[in-house]
Write a protein that binds this ligand. Structure first.
Ligand code: GLN
Length: 479
C-alpha cells in the first residue's frame, strides 16, 4: 500500500486507487487480513473470517480493473458484517449457541447489495446474542474489547461492527439497531454509525429481534463513507413489505453545504440528571461550534422521553418472544441430545441454546403479551409509542434536526453493569426514542473524555431525511 495516498483507507480512496492501477483489490484485502491477524486476538471483533472468499471477491474486482471496466461504488472496499445478517453458506450465529452450525441458504438484501457494489467481505462480526444488549457482553462467544481501552466494552449490540472500524480492521461494516445498537457502539468506539429511517433498508435476511424496531445500517470512519454505504444498501425490496418505495437520493451530494441557516433543536430532556459531566461538556461544545458555523440553535422539548425505556422494553421483548419461538431444535442449528419427547427436546434445546439475557427477554415478552396483562402493558406501550412519535413530529415542524448525546457516559468497564440488567437498560435512554418513532439518526464523534475515551453526538432527523443529518454530521466532523 506504500504507493497509496492518505485517503487510501476511505471508500472512494480505495476504489479510485484500484481503478488507477495504484494498487489491487487483492493487496488491499491482504493488508486488512493482516491487521485482523495482528489486532483481533486482543479485540475479538470477528466471529469468523474466510480468507479465500474475500480474495475471490477481490480477484473479480482486479479482473474488471485490468479490463479497464468502470468499477462499482464499493469496489475492493473491505467490509465486515454483523453476525445477525445472513450470507448464503456462511455461519450466522447471531452471537447465540442456539444457532451453532446453522448455515443460511440465502443472503440478506443489504449484504447482497454490498456484494453487487464490489465490496469484499472479510468476515462476520461479534455481537450481543440476538442483538440484545448494550455492551457485547451477552455474546455466547465472548466479549469484544474496546480498541481505545481493552478493559472497556465497545458498546452493543453491534460491538464487533464498531470495534472493527475503530481498530482499522475494516473500512466499513454493517450493524443493526433496534434500540441503539448502532449509535451507542459508534459513540463508544469513536466512529460514525447510522440508524436509517425505518423502511429505508430492507430487513430481508436479518435474524429478527423486534421486527417493528429492527434496522440495518452502516459504520464507517467518516460521514462521507457511511453516506456512500447507506446509498448502496437503501431502497425498496419485494422481499420486505415494510421497505419503502421512496427513491434513494445521493446522500453524498449535499454533504459540504454546511449548516448555515439550518434550525437545530436541543431537547432539555436529554441534558438532565444522569448525564456524565464530560459528555455534557463535549456535546455542548459541539453545539456551540455548529452555532458559530451559522446554525440556528433552538431549545425544544420532547416531553414523553421519560417513558421511553419502559415502553421500549415492553415492545421489544414482546416482539422478541414471538420472533424467537422459531428456535426449536428442529429447523435451525443446535438440537439438545437425548430427549424422550418432542416437547422435552424443544425445552432442552432452548434451555441449552439461549443465554440468560435472551431467556429474561422471552419471559418478559411472554408475560406482557399474556391474557390479562396485554392491555396493561403491551397496548399501553403502543399508545405511549405514538405519543413519543408525536413529540418528534411536533419538534420537526420547528427544526431540521435534533442534537443530543448518544449515550449518557463514555464506554464503561467490562463487567461493570453485567449483573445489573436495569442499569444496562438505562444506558439506552437517548437512543430508544428514535427507534420507537421510526426516525433516522447518526452518531458522530464529538470530542473525548480526559481519559481519552470517545464521545458521540447523536443527530436525529425527520423520517427519510438522512441527507439533513449527514449534512450536520459532516459539519461536526470538520469543525
Ligand atoms: N440495548 C438495547 C437492547 O438491549 C438495544 C439493542 C439493539 O438495538 N439491538 O435491547
Amino acid at each position: 500500500m506504500s504507493t497509496m495516498t492518505a485517503a487510501a483507507g476511505s471508500v472512494e480512496g480505495i476504489r479510485s486507487a484500484i481503478a488507477k492501477g495504484e494498487t489491487t483489490a487483492a493487496a488491499v484485502t491482504e493488508i486488512y487480513q493482516a491487521r485482523i491477524a495482528g489486532e483481533d486476538p486482543r479485540i475479538h471483533a470477528f466471529l469468523s473470517v474466510d480468507r479465500e472468499y474475500a480474495l475471490a471477491q477481490a480477484a473479480r474486482i482486479d479482473d474488471m480493473a485490468a479490463k479497464g471496466e468502470s468499477l462499482p461504488k464499493l469496489a475492493g472496499v473491505p467490509f465486515g458484517i454483523k453476525d445477525v445478517l445472513t450470507l448464503e453458506g456462511f455461519a450466522a450465529t447471531a452471537g447465540s449457541k442456539i444457532l451453532e452450525g446453522y448455515r443460511p441458504p440465502y443472503t440478506a438484501t443489504a449484504v447482497r447489495k454490498l456484494a453487487d457494489a464490489g465490496a469484499v467481505f472479510l468476515g462476520k462480526l461479534n455481537c450481543d446474542e440476538f442483538a440484545m444488549g448494550s455492551s457485547n457482553e451477552n455474546s455466547a462467544y465472548g466479549p469484544v474489547h474496546n480498541p481505545h481501552d481493552l478493559e472497556r466494552v465497545p458498546g452493543g449490540s453491534s460491538g464487533g461492527s464498531a470495534a472493527a472500524v475503530a481498530a482499522g480492521m475494516a473500512v466499513a461494516t454493517l450493524g443493526t439497531d433496534t434500540g441503539g445498537s448502532i449509535r451507542q457502539p459508534a459513540s463508544f468506539c469513536g466512529v460514525v454509525g447510522v440508524l436509517p429511517t425505518y423502511g429505508r433498508v430492507s430487513r430481508y435476511g436479518l435474524i429478527a429481534f423486534a421486527s417493528s424496531l429492527d434496522r440495518i445500517g452502516p459504520f464507517a470512519a467518516t460521514i462521507r463513507d457511511a453516506a456512500t454505504v447507506l446509498g448502496v444498501i437503501a431502497g425498496h425490496d419485494v422481499m420486505d413489505a415494510t421497505s419503502s418505495p421512496l427513491p434513494v437520493p445521493d446522500y453524498t451530494a449535499d454533504l459540504d453545504r454546511g449548516v448555515k441557516g439550518m434550525k437545530l433543536g436541543v431537547p432539555a430532556e436529554y441534558f438532565a440528571e444522569g448525564l456524565d459531566q464530560e459528555v455534557r461538556a463535549a456535546i455542548e461544545a459541539g453545539i456551540e461550534r455548529l452555532r458559530a458555523a451559522g446554525a440556528e440553535i433552538r431549545p425544544i422539548s420532547l416531553p414523553h422521553t421519560r417513558y421511553a425505556i419502559p415502553t421500549y422494553y415492553v415492545i421489544a421483548t414482546a416482539e422478541a418472544s414471538s420472533n424467537l419461538a422459531r428456535f426449536d431444535g428442529v429447523r435451525y442449528g443446535l438440537r439438545a441430545p437425548q430427549s424422550d419427547t418432542l416437547a422435552g427436546m424443544y425445552r432442552r434445546t432452548r434451555d441449552l441454546g439461549f443465554g440468560a439475557e435472551v431467556k429474561r427477554r422471552i419471559l418478559l415478552g411472554t408475560y406482557v403479551l399474556s391474557h390479562g396483562y396485554y392491555d396493561a402493558y403491551y397496548r399501553k406501550a403502543q399508545q405511549v409509542r405514538r405519543l413519543l412519535t408525536e413529540d418528534f413530529l411536533g419538534a420537526f415542524r420547528e427544526v431540521d434536526a435534533i442534537l443530543t448525546p448518544t449515550a449518557p457516559t463514555p464506554a464503561f468497564k467490562i463487567g461493570e453493569k453485567s449483573d445489573d440488567p436495569v442499569a444496562m437498560y438505562l444506558a439506552d435512554i437517548y437512543t430508544v426514542t428514535a427507534s420507537l418513532a421510526g426516525i433516522c439518526g447518526v452518531s458522530v464523534p464529538c470530542g473525548k473524555s480526559r481519559g481519552g475515551l470517545p464521545i458521540g453526538m447523536q443527530i436525529l432527523g425527520r423520517h427519510f431525511d438522512e441527507a439533513a443529518i449527514f449534512r450536520v454530521g459532516q459539519a461536526v466532523e470538520s469543525l
